[in-house]
Structures are given as structure tokens and as C-alpha cells.
Design a protein around this ligand. Sequence first.
Ligand SMILES: [Fe+2]
Length: 251
Amino acid sequence: MGSAGRQAFLDLAIPMKRERKVDMIIVNGENSAAGKGISTKIAKQFLEAGADVITLGDHTYDQREVMGFLNEESRIIRPANFAPGCPGHGFVTVETGAGRVNVVSLIGRVFMNPYDCPFRKADQILAQLPKNIPTFVEIHAEATSEKVAMGHYLAGRVTAVVGTHTHVQTSDNRLLKDHTAYLTDAGMTGSKDSIIGCEKDAVLKRFLTGLPARFEPAKEDCSLEGAIITCESHGGKATAIERVRIPHPAV
Ligand SMILES: [Fe+2]
């Protein structure tokens, strides 16, 4: 989320890849450009620094210039259940230090825009992805119920289902059917002294008056949040999911 979140990701997640022997990093970058989408420059910076796949969400096209890059670069994906013909693609198979891995991006429909059905889209994609390798599914959604439902719908069929979008990390990390790692929301890498990453005064003004207000990403008290998932490289069964929350000392 914003420049503070970008710096925390670069300072904390990338070294963690080496120190914790993490084979790949999936980062949601949809709020990395001042909270509004991602730019081509930022996406390239993340990939060059060590991110393996970048996912997006409802803010995918906020930076219009990124549309061309979404068509060119396979390692940045937007929700697969956007309307047919939207720029970019919704899933990818990448080569990692531990072999090939599938990553799928989906977006929810409860309290959100009217996207295509993420459940049926997941079925369609799984039918065409390479089998017996790890498959990570991100469900970018507002409603906890829709995310939990997606977890159970895909349990036993994928390595992990992890939610994003609310910016608030949940504590329900667990294994579904002893096979599929699940977490309702991975949380946010950005300012904790904020209202879901934005400066508090502007958000409060909008709640109190209903008047338009310009939201800017906050910078104080920044943390990195996410999850580390362990799985078998052949077959893709998850064996553990650990939540991560690390303060970023100074920005
Ligand atoms: Fe979002």
C-alpha cells in the first residue's frame, strides 16, 4: 500500500526469500501506486527485486498505462473472472527454485462490482492448468463468507486459497482437508496508523460528512503482512501455513 508499503516489501520480503529459503513470492500490488493500482515501473521493480508473481484486484486498471504491460508480462496477473477481453490474463504457470507453480487470481462478487462467477471460473482454469504441481489461488474479495466458501470449494484440489482486499489480516490460517492451506485475508503491507492504509483524517471526514475527500496512503508505523505456505513440490499438497507480520523499523 503506497510508497511505505513498497519500501517495506523491498526491505523485508525480499531478504526473507533468502533467509527463510522461500522458493517463491506472490505479492498483491493493486494498491502499490499511491493506493491506486500499479504502474509498469513499480511492477518491474518488484519483479527485478525478486517477486515471482504479482497479483491485482479491483484497482487493476487505475493506472491506465499499465494495460499494455499486463498483456506483455505473464508474471503479473489480474482477476481471471473479469469480463472477457479485458487487458491482461488471470493465471500463470511460473518456474521457481522448486519447480513449476500455478498461480490463479480471482475476484469476489459480494459487495463488489458484478464480475463473472469466480467459482465456475476456477473450475474452468483448473481443468486447463498443469497437474500435480503446486497451485496457489488468490481470492480478492470483501466478504469473509465468499472467501471461506472459495476455500472449501477448492479444498483438496489446490495447494492454497488466500484472500486479499480488506487490508486486515485474519487469524484463521489452517489446512482444509489436510491438503489445502487457507487464510481469509493475508493483510496489508503498509501503515498501521491509518484506516486500511489511508491517512485517517480524510477517511474520517468522508464518514462524518459524506463529502468527497482525497485519500492518500499513510506512512507511519508500517508493517509487512502475509503468509508463508509450505507444500510438496510434487503433487502440491500443503503441509503448513504461517501468518507473517513484521514491523518495518523506519521509513
Ligand atoms: Fe481491492
